[in-house]
Ligand binder design. Structure first.
Ligand SMILES: N[C@@H](CCC(=O)N[C@@H](CS)C(=O)NCC(=O)O)C(=O)O
Length: 233
């Protein structure tokens, strides 16, 4: 049966955009594992694998179902120890938790405000009808009101990426000389933005842009194979 990964798409099944799914796509490629992607719409997520999850990514590895991007990464690390390590040891796994917390609390909320309206425009009508009220209730404002603040959010995003910018003075990847799961966590966030957003906030001469380009080059340009929403990125 092999490995099956449920991804998240809008009307175009060739443009997966979930940040959490991108983390797992990169992790599977890092491990050199073959897998099949199952493009899934928002309203189809609750019926994946007999309703085992309300969110993607969901991984089915020969019948073993694993939910949550970080748990999938730790599952892959334990199950395929002879493949390249995603964490570089227990300390690396623990440190990746900090990167995930930073990404979730500091980076994702800003990207959401920049891009949620853009995401809505990529969805089928059925998904649009689900997505708008759900996200507007979560953020306490309309998608349009959020989009009105996106220039300020773009400035904020550049500021919030400062810890990564400073780290990159010392090393090419968060993992050091090679990318590890910590890189894929932040890459997933920016790849989400790249695939959905009609605004690209990073300057070309920003070291974060250089790092992101290096990540886009990984695994035969896997990330780059899905075109940016705007050509400027
Ligand atoms: N902690 C989870 C979060 C997964 C998550 O929030 N996935 C979103 C897509 S990015 C989702 O499936 N949302 C379904 C929905 O909003 O209905 C992980 O890391 O896998």
């Amino acid at each position: 049966m092999g490995i099956r990964l449920y991804t998240l798409v809008g009307s175009d099944a060739a443009r997966p955009f979930s940040p959490h799914v991108w983390k797992v796509v990169m992790a599977l490629n890092h491990k050199g594992l073959a897998y099949e992607e199952v493009p899934t719409r928002f309203t189809e997520v609750p019926s994946i694998e007999d309703g085992k999850s309300k969110t993607v990514p969901v991984l089915n590895d020969n019948g073993k179902v694993v939910i949550d991007s970080f748990l999938i990464a730790t599952y892959l690390e334990k199950t395929y120890p002879d493949r390249p390590s995603l964490f570089g040891g227990a300390g690396g796994e623990a440190a990746a938790r900090l990167i995930e917390s930073w990404s979730q609390t500091q980076v994702h909320p800003v990207i959401s405000r920049i891009a949620l309206l853009d995401i809505w425009t990529m969805l089928d009508p059925k998904d649009q009808a689900y997505f708008r009220p759900q996200r507007e209730a979560r953020f306490g404002m309309t998608l349009e009101a959020m989009a009105d603040t996106r220039d300020e959010q773009a400035v904020l995003l550049r500021e919030r990426l400062e810890p990564l910018r400073v780290t990159l003075r010392h090393q090419p990847f968060i993992g050091g000389s090679v990318p590890l799961f910590g890189d894929y966590i932040l890459f997933g966030a920016l790849q989400w933005l790249r695939v959905v957003s009609t605004l690209w906030p990073l300057e070309k001469d920003d070291p974060v842009s250089d790092w992101f380009e290096r990540c886009l080059d990984l695994y035969q340009g896997l990330g780059r194979a899905v075109p940016a929403r705007i050509s400027a990125s």
